[in-house]
Design a protein around this ligand. Structure first.
Ligand SMILES: *Cc1c(COP(=O)(O)O)cnc(C)c1O
Length: 428
């Protein structure tokens, strides 16, 4: 039944079998019929393979992989990583509640983010998480106060801004001087000395995170050298650091991108870490996108095709509220037709959603042979799609399905209008 080369390039878990696309062994057409559209479908195997590449890279090392769950925080996805023994990088009290709900080990949770509230700090202290990644000197003082009031010592690492250019989109680069994240390299030693003097804090590590969708090894190598310089200086000042956290940010193949493989990247980084004598240190990383991004597709139905004066539009039932990356970052997602073409003349379309914004586009200048009622798959939709989804235009958020081999499990029911309006008060 399968065609000569049924797998999509860079997407080994998606294949064209028979007349339609499959995620692992499950037909997207069948899932769309059963659950409606727009529908997110994830391959469990792709996630486990992505995780295995990191695990291979760290074989024989004292290392902890903390899934940066803001990439996709659905409980069914978190459960996969919790069961595989992952830790989690969280950025809010809400994310903490989610990972605790799937049975994550508190000691493997690290809490990042520039704006932690006192209530969130207290919540994380009560849960006994592994580390707070602190992003400012004021935050050190506030965390100290909260910990002292709770009769505890908060384990802390300070996020250093290494001032390296990750060569990615400006909205997802985080390690440059002009970014809001972390403490400047020059201030780091001072901040550590301050942290070490506070009774409610226990310094345990150092961390950095330079950006997202990074497709070259060099920014990591640059950041590494700068972080290791600091480790040396901080320890010379008498403050031992038990772990070094290099953040996340490794890119995925959206459109022929060629990021280094996780195990290759880590071989290079570990060689440098060993050469500088830090090989025995505990290592933490915080990958998000590279653990889920290409596991997911979004299936959407063509509602209308509309010839325009300059452009043709293919209007689909998924929109910027479901797939925010194009509108936010001009991001590219590949779009595949689910079924064979009609043999009509293919046309070049802008694929757009129903939301009343010109920014509501999903793909530009795509050659498609489609009619109303056809289904399309928007690829690489596993990361920063559902977790960023909104209800703009009072659209219900999509359903999600997790596929493993030939089985498919609904992990999120489609939202209802009742869900959306539940907390609203119209007044008299
Ligand atoms: C977003 C984020 C990550 C994950 O980034 P990816 O590009 O998804 O790997 C890791 N650490 C921190 C602090 C983050 O904010």
């Amino acid at each position: 039944m399968s065609e000569p080369n049924p797998r999509l390039p860079g997407q080994p878990h998606i294949a064209r079998l028979g007349d339609t696309l499959h995620v692992e062994q499950v037909s997207l057409q069948t899932l769309a019929r059963e659950h409606g559209t727009p529908l997110f479908v994830y391959s469990k195997q792709w996630m486990l393979d992505a995780l295995a590449a990191y695990q291979r890279g760290f074989e024989g090392r004292n290392a902890l992989i903390c899934y940066a769950m803001k990439a996709n925080s659905s409980l069914g996805i978190l459960r996969v990583f919790a069961q595989a023994g992952c830790g989690f990088d969280i950025v809010s009290g809400g994310e903490l509640a989610r990972v605790l709900a799937v049975g994550a080990e508190p000691a493997k949770i690290i809490f990042s983010g520039v704006g932690k509230t006192r209530a969130e700090m207290r919540q994380a202290l009560d849960a006994d998480i592994g580390c707070f990644n602190v992003e400012s000197e004021e935050e050190l003082d506030v965390l100290n106060e909260v910990a002292v009031a709770a009769g505890r010592r908060a384990p802390v690492s300070i996020r250093i801004n290494p001032n390296v250019d990750p060569k990615t989109h400006p909205y997802i680069s985080t390690g440059l001087k002009g970014n809001k994240f972390g403490i400047a390299h020059d201030r780091a030693l001072h901040a550590y000395q301050h942290a070490a003097s506070l009774p409610g804090l226990k310094v345990v590590g150092i961390d950095c995170h330079i950006g997202s969708q990074i497709t070259e090894a060099s920014p990591y190598l640059d950041a590494l050298e700068r972080v290791l310089d600091l480790v040396q200086a901080i320890e010379e000042a008498g403050i031992p650091l038990h772990h070094i956290d290099f953040g996340g940010g490794l890119g995925i193949d959206y459109n022929g991108d060629t990021p280094p493989a996780a195990d290759d990247l880590w071989q290079q980084l570990l060689a440098r870490i060993d050469a500088r004598g830090f090989g025995q240190r505990k290592l933490i990383i915080e990958p998000g996108r590279s653990l889920v991004g290409n596991a997911g597709v979004c299936v959407t139905e063509v509602l209308y095709t509309k010839p325009g004066e300059d452009k043709n539009f293919c209007i689909v039932d998924a929109a910027m509220n479901d797939l925010p990356r194009p509108a936010m970052y001009q991001a590219y997602h590949r779009i595949e037709q689910l079924s064979a073409r009609h043999g009509d003349a293919a046309k070049t379309y802008d694929v757009v959603g129903p939301v009343c914004e010109s920014g509501d586009w999903i793909g530009r200048d795509r050659v498609l042979d489609v009619r109303a009622g056809d289904l399309l798959a928007v690829l690489s939709a596993g990361a920063y799609c559902m977790s960023m989804a909104s209800n703009y235009n009072t659209r219900n958020r999509a359903a999600e399905v997790l596929v493993s081999g030939s089985s498919a499990t609904l992990i999120r029911r489609r939202e209802t209008l009742e869900d959306q309006m539940r907390n609203e008060l119209a007044g008299d």
